[in-house]
Write a protein that binds this ligand. Structure first.
Ligand code: NDP
Length: 830
């Protein structure tokens, strides 16, 4: 056969990688024990499960089936190790991590072979992608261990982390979890997926080899119902990091609700692959191969929805079919194989069922003419055309080599179709027009957008989802925050930091009123002045003065920029600390919240305005608040019974805080990553969308401002439940907001029962995040309810914070909670 003929047929001879070293290693170790405290420990149950080679269907090894008792032992080991590891200097941790990276490289071929044997993925992928990325992850995070003290000085490790990983990238997911955890000084107990434990066990050997202190990394193999659930519920664990299906992610969210455990979830996806008519179609075809046939399509961010501009659809589909005809499926250890085996018979069955459903729903299915191997679990590359966007195969994650294609006409239609999913993990945009691609990328609701490329990953660039694809990021600096917490949380809200900002504002600097003059402030909202009270205000009553009843100021709700009556027509009384009635506010209900959420969504254009404009409006709010400083001070005094000077300090800090977020509005910017490719990755913090906010009772004005200002500064729109006990500062803000050019719907305020209204917000599928500052029980309910659409939550677990303190009351933590990072990959060159 000559070269021209080879190009014509695209046929290769077999190029098998030797299985022998991998099989020998397995034989030497099987049955595998658990890895606890750097020791190989037999499982308490004495039970083992089979690990199967998916390419043959035959058993490869036996691995230990851990149970509750083993989880207890491993968590105790990790907890003991944390005492030392958490205090080990960053440089020392960096050395260990560097050693891990080096040893991964030293054993790279064995790891690649084991991964292919155990998972069924082609050796080309394990050798060239998975294992190099594992090493890169440890190198990169060794750097963060080194830099933690200088770059994250206000943070400390979380503690013991329970990590649960899936089978699709067994060792890579381990690296994504373990590297940042160790870098930040945590210890871990990791559970690999039942089907794919072998490379995690080889990794355990590396841990021993490099002499990592015992207990820092513990690996428990076994079943989800035994190990996974026990880890999730274990009281000795401070954080759960999970990658897997959205359903299990949702159950973990519910199981950890209210426990105070930190949680990051990397879940499913149905990522769009958008092709505009000016794209280079030959590159697109190769892109599709990488998007959906890489790892047999068992990739959470697989480009499984092909969206093609209508005028080129036929041409592209034809090219794709030709390419599919030439894809090679078979022995994963054959270096010339494109598609390996599906991980398990269960997964294979699920793929087949969904494909059958697609056919039943009327889509047109196409598969190449060649047949799959009959031994093992294989499924051919499959293409669906004539797919309607609402059908099951267009909406459900198939997690197999199945591509569904749809067409669009305009960029706007492409964006709408792309976002027509409950997921939001990744997207690819293909166009030779970079202006068009960069215009579309920010409008896609996805954590990663690849421009003219797909399925690129690097430790420097965070990865994670929007919406039901989960929350939290892995990789990049943003990923580190999943494994740390602010130091002040350990010290407690009242100790430690001085009230730095508050102290700047000495009582003498306050322009109005007298210290401790509680009574003087009582006239803020009283209904009728008594004569006695009337005399107190010092005005000259000798002229033709008639004591008039004050004009009623009963506030309404603030929705879509308008003051509206509560839907239910009920009001609730507001009392001062002595139990005196000082006003009434509307009793908000489900309908008010629904209206407010609708208004907040209608104002979503706020996120796309200029940051300069957002800054201007925040300054203007500060200015208008400052004009009414005395009035707000009196209102704080009236509601809290605190001294005038103390209340004045609260108002001044609130004004200063508005200035801070006006400053941050055009300065909280992204970064440009330089991963090892010709190109750049733009990491852009984006608004989350609609955030529900339940305000604390302490510091009724400052609590409100401290939460609303960062959210709107970052482009979010909000539905706010002000302090239940002292809502009048927030309702007094209506006029301030109305006179500050804030577009209607950006801030919506619904007064009433904090927990009842929070529940409605947390249940609401169109609310993208929920912040709750109230009682522990209320926070738990918010976390539980958030599992519905997997919205991000930020709750205080009943712990107060010192809102006057700059460290606790403003800054980075707030800005991070108000944003999510989108990574846009832009390769260079022709
Ligand atoms: P799962 O989500 O069930 O499994 C992922 C990991 O979680 C495994 O280690 C699993 O253990 C563990 N686990 C399962 N249930 C629990 C639980 N209740 N508590 C704690 N841990 C648990 O994925 P599957 O393997 O069952 O795959 C099913 C579907 O999930 C796929 O078809 C695909 O759609 C999606 N998926 C998505 C992934 C992603 O990267 N986003 C990865 C894998 C799957 P064990 O292996 O012992 O069951």
């Amino acid at each position: 056969m000559n070269v021209t003929e080879i190009f014509e047929t695209m046929e290769y001879g077999p190029a098998p990688e030797a299985a022998a070293p991998g099989l020998a290693w397995i034989q030497e170790h099987s049955p595998f024990s658990l890895f606890i405290n750097n020791q190989w420990v037999e499982p308490a149950s004495g039970q083992y499960i089979d690990s199967i080679n998916p390419a043959t269907g035959k058993p490869l090894a036996k691995v230990a089936a851990a149970t509750n008792a083993d989880v207890d032992t491993a968590v105790a080991a990790a907890r003991a190790a944390f005492e030392t590891w958490g205090k080990t200097p960053g440089h020392v941790r960096a050395r260990y991590m560097y050693a891990i990276a080096r040893h991964v490289q030293k054993h790279s071929r064995l790891l690649a072979v084991l991964e292919s044997l155990d998972n069924g993925k082609p050796i080309r992928e394990t050798r060239d992608i998975d294992i190099p990325l594992v090493a890169r992850h440890f190198y990169y995070h060794a750097g963060w261990a080194q830099l933690m003290e200088s770059e994250l000085p206000a943070y400390e490790p979380v503690g013991v982390v329970g990590q649960i990983i899936p089978w699709n990238f067994p060792l890579l997911m381990l690296a994504w979890k373990i590297a940042p955890a160790l870098a930040m000084g945590n210890t871990v107990v990791l559970k690999p997926a039942r089907y794919t434990s072998l490379t995690a066990l080889k990794f355990a050997e590396i841990v021993q080899e490099i002499g990592l202190p015992p207990g820092v990394v513990n690996i428990l193999t076994g079943e989800a119902s035994q190990v996974g659930e026990a880890l999730v519920r274990h009281p000795g664990i401070n954080k759960i990091a999970f990658t897997g299906s959205t359903d299990v992610g949702r159950s973990i969210r519910r199981a950890t609700a209210g426990s105070g455990k930190k949680l990051s979830l990397e879940l499913g996806g149905k990522s769009p692959f958008i092709v505009f008519d000016d794209a280079d179609l030959d590159s697109v075809v190769e892109g599709v191969v990488d998007a959906i046939w890489f790892n047999q399509g068992q990739v959470c961010c697989a480009g499984s929805r092909l969206l093609v501009q209508e005028n080129i659809a036929d041409r592209l589909i034809e090219k794709l079919r030709v390419r599919m005809e030439h894809l090679r499926i078979g022995d994963p250890l054959d270096k010339a194989v494109d598609i390996g085996a599906i991980v398990s018979p269960g997964q294979l069955k699920q793929i087949q069922e969904l494909v059958n459903q697609g056919v039943e729903e009327g889509a047109v299915m196409w598969q190449p003419s060649w047949a799959c191997p009959t031994e093992g679990y294989f499924f051919p590359p499959t293409l669906f055309t004539d797919v309607s966007p609402a059908t099951t195969i267009a909406q459900v994650e198939i997690f197999g080599p199945v591509l569904v294609s749809m067409t669009f006409r305009t960029p706007a239609e492409a964006v709408e179709l792309a976002n027509n999913t409950r997921y939001g993990l990744a997207a690819s945009v293909w166009s030779e027009n970079i202006n068009l691609a960069l215009d579309v990328a920010p409008r896609l609701k996805a954590g990663t957008v690849w421009i003219n490329c797909t399925n690129l990953f690097d430790a420097s660039s965070g990865f994670g989802g929007y919406r039901e694809s989960g929350f939290g990021r892995e990789g990049g600096k943003e990923g580190l925050y999943e494994y740390v917490r602010p130091k002040w949380e350990t010290i407690g809200p009242t100790d430690g930091h001085a009230k730095a900002e508050a102290e700047l504002i000495a009582p003498g600097n306050v322009s109005n009123g007298s210290d401790g003059d509680v009574e003087a402030a009582q006239d803020g909202n009283r209904f009728i002045m008594t004569e006695e009270e009337d005399n107190e205000d010092g005005r000259d009553k000798s002229g033709p003065y008639v004591a008039l009843p004050s004009i009623d100021r009963t506030p309404k709700m603030f929705i879509a920029g308008k003051q509206v009556r509560p839907d239910g027509g009920y009001s609730r009384d507001v009392y001062d600390p002595q139990g005196r009635l000082i006003g009434q506010v509307g009793e908000g209900n489900r309908k008010d919240i629904r209206n407010a959420v609708e208004a907040a969504h209608a104002a979503s254009g706020w996120a796309f305005g200029t940051t300069h404009n957002r800054a201007q409006i925040l300054y203007y709010i500060a200015e208008n608040l400052s004009v009414r400083e005395d009035e707000f001070t009196r209102r704080v005094v009236q509601q809290t019974g605190r001294s005038y000077a103390d209340a004045a300090a609260e108002v001044q800090v609130a004004i200063s805080r508005l200035f801070s977020y006006a400053a941050w509005a055009d300065k909280y910017e992204g970064v440009v990553h330089r991963p090892p490719l010709r190109g750049a990755v733009l990491a852009m913090p984006e608004a989350i969308g609609v955030i529900g906010i339940a305000c604390p009772d302490e510091y009724p004005l400052l609590g409100f401002i401290s939460l609303v200002a960062p959210a709107i500064a970052m482009g979010d729109t909000v539905v706010v439940i002000p302090s239940q006990q002292s809502p009048l500062c927030a309702t007094d803000c209506y006029q301030v907001l109305e006179t500050s050019d804030l577009p209607g719907g950006v801030v919506n305020i619904v007064t009433g029962d904090r927990d009842a209204l929070s529940q409605v917000l947390a249940d609401h599928d169109d609310v993208e995040a929920m912040w709750y500052f109230g009682q522990a029980e209320g926070g738990k309910r918010v976390e539980l309810a958030s599992a519905g659409n997997m919205k991000r939550t930020w709750v205080n677990y009943g712990h107060p914070r010192n809102w006057m303190d700059k460290v606790q009351g403003e800054g980075d933590e707030f800005l991070r909670e108000a944003t999510q990072v989108k990574n846009i990959w832009i390769p260079y060159g022709e």
